[in-house]
Design a protein around this ligand. Structure first.
Ligand SMILES: *Cc1c(COP(=O)(O)O)cnc(C)c1O
Length: 428
């Protein structure tokens, strides 16, 4: 029997001082039941909880840990930068190195502005798109997450073609009246939304591979269609690559699929585990930002030297090792292993994967959008999640999250994961 006594004690204390005991809701295990565990050490593909249990980690701090946890080059860069001072509020050389690296690696980024989170990046990109086009409306997709800014916490409502509804208390309905939500992978729905809002759409924001409702990929031709319809309507195409950037290829999903967005948002990997975000794109659009242009955007800690040093070390290492072939191989190994495990246990699973991102849905139907994802048997997922956790494998504590493989996962880690899954699947 696995002891999590120390975690339980910490969680009881956390509940007294932190709402729900956590600083971000999905960590609370509400979707799977039970209690979160606390971790005080992570290295490579493994994390250790405070009771000393070791786990193979497929959450990877929700995406950033593509090189594995505590990569020596990142740790060293952080130490060296910190010794020089943790923040200046004055331009520092790391900012220039980081901006150059991003522009060099991502095919459609000519200029970039750093932020402190993915939320800030998306919020700022939306404001920029509105300022640049002098239009108010934004189109987003069901199941895509772009951070917790007011105008993006929106779900489709009864008037889905013309406006969305707040997806959180505290967001005035009037704040969301300019956000239109349409289903992913549905060209007709997008066409209809443009037709109903002719000349009013500033931009379309999308996760080019959707990783915040599990994982689903764009159907062939869908991203090309987005590029065409936005251009034809004078709207900007915004790729939210906070998750996919530097993960699906060195240049993100836009490189992998060969699409040219006008603006792109980043986060997660570019911080090397520290809090960082960024948005960038066409120079003529980016120059609309203050101090050059009329769109205001700022940040006391944006471009922070320690965070930049960590991010630069991560991006340089990715570039130098070209980890993407390895990630693809590990992804394929995990995919075939888990498919076999599900099959031999006669459990219907739809396994979606793109490179090192994956999700297994407990349904025999294909999953192309949020409505499809909702068909997954969540009771089964709960059992699967806890079974895997007890077997030493940490998956995201929700059916509607992507899994992440890192370059630090070994083929043995994958083998052990598959063996655990084969056992757990039989008990579902
Ligand atoms: C994580 C994520 C965000 C939000 O980033 P934070 O750093 O959590 O604010 C935005 N968009 C996508 C696609 C994400 O995966």
């Amino acid at each position: 029997m696995i002891s999590r006594a120390r975690s339980e004690q910490l969680f009881a204390e956390a509940l007294k001082y932190i709402p729900g005991g956590v600083n971000s809701p999905v960590r609370a295990f509400r979707a799977v039941g039970g209690q979160p565990f606390f971790v005080n050490r992570a290295k490579g593909a493994h994390v250790w909880d405070v009771d000393g249990n070791e786990l193979i980690d497929y959450v990877g701090t929700w995406g950033p840990a593509i090189l594995g946890h505590a990569h020596p080059k990142i740790i060293k860069a952080v130490q060296q930068a910190a010794e020089q001072g943790t923040s200046f509020g004055i331009p520092n050389p790391h900012e220039v190195t980081m901006a150059k690296l991003i522009c060099e690696l991502v095919p459609n980024v000519e200029k970039v502005r750093m932020t402190n989170s993915g939320t800030e990046a998306c919020m700022s990109a939306i404001r920029l798109a509105r300022g640049f086009t002098k239009r108010d409306k934004i189109i987003k997709f069901d199941g895509c997450y772009h951070g917790h800014a007011d105008s993006l916490l929106v779900k489709a409502g009864s008037g889905a073609l013309t406006f969305g509804h707040p997806d959180s208390a505290g967001v005035p309905a009037s704040f969301t009246q300019h956000t239109i939500v349409v289903p992913y992978n549905d060209p007709e729905a997008l066409r209809a939304a443009f037709a109903a809002n002719s000349g009013q759409v500033a931009g379309v924001i999308i996760e080019p591979v959707a990783g915040n409702a599990g994982l689903y990929v764009p159907k062939p031709g869908y991203l090309e269609f987005l590029r065409e319809i936005t251009a034809a309507n004078g709207a900007l195409l915004i790729f939210d690559e906070v998750m996919t950037g530097f993960r699906l290829a060195a240049g993100g999903a836009q490189q992998r699929f060969g699409i040219k967005p006008d603006l792109s948002c980043f986060g997660k990997i570019i911080g090397g585990g520290l809090p960082v975000g960024a948005f960038g794109g066409r120079a003529d659009i980016m120059d609309y930002l203050a101090p050059l242009g009329p769109v205001y955007q700022a940040g006391t800690l944006s471009g922070n030297p320690v965070a930049m040093a960590a991010g630069i070390a991560a991006l340089e290492e990715l570039k130098a090792t070209n980890a993407f072939d390895l990630l693809e191989k590990l992804g394929a190994q995990l995919e075939s292993g888990l498919r076999d495990a599900a099959k031999s246990a006669s459990v219907p699973v739809t396994f979606n994967r793109c490179g090192s991102m994956f999700c297994g849905y407990f349904t025999d139907q294909p999953v192309h959008n949020l409505a499809d994802a909702m068909k997954s048997d969540r009771e089964r997922f709960k059992k699967y999640f806890h079974g895997m956790l007890d077997a030493g494998v940490y998956l995201a504590p929700s059916q509607f999250e992507a899994g992440f493989i890192s370059a630090a996962h070994s083929t043995e880690d994958i083998d052990r994961t598959v063996a655990a899954a084969a056992k757990v699947m039989k008990s579902l």
